[in-house]
Write a protein that binds this ligand. Structure first.
Ligand code: AMP
Ligand code: ZN
Length: 113
């Protein structure tokens, strides 16, 4: 398995864990684009949004709830934060294991970087 996020979940590549449960793992982005930049990923390997089907409804809820929990933990839930999924080349997706970026800790540009 050459997926970097699967290797992070398995502990083969080190990461700074922020949150974990049975379905979800969250860790700090190695190249932060905001004061708080955490990646929330399913433990199950899914390449991205196109791979989602009806069977993933509970997993999607778990990912969103984990993202909000990370924001609360990081102290950015009240001031606000952004949840981003990059899908495909124009969005600049570089890792093909579904992941949500939790960005906050300062006022963010309206869109993008
Ligand atoms: P995306 O462009 O949405 O595919 O984002 C992939 C993100 O993964 C980027 O923000 C990278 O900085 C981040 N990333 C890549 N490798 C690692 C790693 N080993 N640990 C933490 N974050 C990583
Ligand atoms: Zn993976």
């Amino acid at each position: 398995m050459d997926c970097v996020f699967c290797q992070i979940i398995q502990g083969a590549i080190p990461s700074q864990q922020v949150y974990a449960d049975e379905q979800v793992y969250a860790f700090r982005d190695i190249n932060p684009q905001a004061p708080v930049h955490v990646l929330v990923v399913p433990r199950e390997h899914l390449p991205g949004l196109p791979a989602l089907n009806d069977g993933h409804a509970a997993l999607l809820l778990a990912l969103h709830r984990a993202a909000h929990r990370v924001a609360v933990q990081e102290g950015i839930a009240e001031r606000g934060y952004r949840l981003v999924v990059n899908s495909g080349p124009d969005a600049g997706q570089t890792v093909f294991h579904l992941h949500y970026h939790v960005l906050g800790g300062a006022p963010l540009g309206r869109f993008g970087r």
